[in-house]
Design a protein around this ligand. Sequence first.
Ligand SMILES: Nc1ncnc2c1ncn2[C@@H]1O[C@H](COP(=O)(O)OP(=O)(O)OP(=O)(O)O)[C@@H](O)[C@H]1O
Ligand SMILES: [Mg+2]
Length: 460
Amino acid sequence: MPWSQWSTRTRLVAVVLLIDVMAAAISCGVVVFNARNAVRVETRASLATVENLVADTIRLSNTAAPETVLQTLDLRFRALRHVRVTVLDVEGHHVGRDEPGRKASREAPEWFSDMILPPIERHSLPIRVGGRVLGTAQIMTQPMDEIEEIWGYARALSLTTFAINAAMLVALFLALGKILAPLNRLGEALTQLEHHDYTARLHPPGTPELAVIAERFNKVAEALAQTRSANANLNQKLLTAQDDERRRTALELHDDFGPCLFALEANAASIARIAAGARDVDRSKLAARAAEIGTIVGQVQGVNRALLNRLRPHGLGQAPLPTCLDLLLRGFGERHPGTTFIGRFDNLARGYNDLVDLTIFRCVQESATNAVRHGGAKRVEATANDRDGTVTVEIRDDGTGIPAGHRIGLGLSGMRERVEALQGTFTLDNNGPGAIVRIAIPIPPERSRETEDLSPAQSV
Ligand SMILES: Nc1ncnc2c1ncn2[C@@H]1O[C@H](COP(=O)(O)OP(=O)(O)OP(=O)(O)O)[C@@H](O)[C@H]1O
Ligand SMILES: [Mg+2]
């Protein structure tokens, strides 16, 4: 399995294991290097000492009987460490017996001895008794004893280190499992969010760093859940508003167009009857029917214009926004002659974007409607400003003001939702006599500049 697919736990354990192996290799190298030097120095020192000892012993044996000298010397030199002395007679034969079992007791493996073993050194001393050469004492370095000792230490040390490291790795593996478990839970919870299950929550784990992550996660999940429920609410309202709008349109079509169409039908039938009459055509009757048809068509046009204007304010997007707002207030003035409507929109750009323009238009329209309808206002004043990248609009009236505990109808909630959808703010307050509606909509800088650049010549 490639490294990228390993879990964090396996990776961390693998890294520690690798460090362990490297540390073991370096320690082995140091042990071998030191052991080589130590063995060489030790065996050389022993060789020098033993050489003197053998020379002295041969000298002291001068008085002994020549036939027993070689056996005596051989026995004396047996129990030496690091050095082996072999007594040979004049013909080069070994005097005495080889020590049995010395080799058999070795434990250090050959590869270990081969790494440490220094070159074997040999010295020969003649054995002279009474001026006669009886044989030779061959002195040879014997580092195996020292190597055996070092092997013993090295093996004990390695086994202890291995046991400690194995225990440490197992402990690390278990600890990592416990520490990283919250991350697995976090992954599962994120998957829940991905599948739109916003009830996912994390229990704060023991470690402070992960506890912070869990806390943030819970807050994000809660915020998402709230946004989702607000969204569902908004969708619901949207559907209701669409339904209301359709119902109103259907009603208007029925109530306004229905009678007009019926009247047109009646007039057409009357004209047909006059034309089919046996007597001469009564021109005055025909003129009266034509005049009636003309009046009804005028009514239909008026209703049609009003209906279209309600569905989509005409001029918006074609005429400059200040002009559309002025026209809107003028229309209010015509419909409500007892109220003065004043608009100050000179500071506005020609237009922003469809959504912003429509939002400003609808807010002024709804606020003016409320002022007349609920406040009984005699004066309604709307002002707009475009400053520091924000368009602010204020609509104040001198009516009764907002009654305590007033309901929130489609008008107020619609204005707020439109403005907040553009990251703006909406407030409704009482203002001395009457009420005041304030809206502020941020305009991205490049967008407002682009629209302001449009020369007045382009205005309709
Ligand atoms: N300018 C105002 N002066 C006095 N009262 C107001 C004013 N504007 C709003 N209100 C109060 O707030 C309430 C809610 O207004 P809102 O526009 O949301 O609903 P509505 O006008 O009653 O119905 P619609 O959904 O048709 O607009 C009103 O019924 C009214 O009591
Ligand atoms: Mg209203």
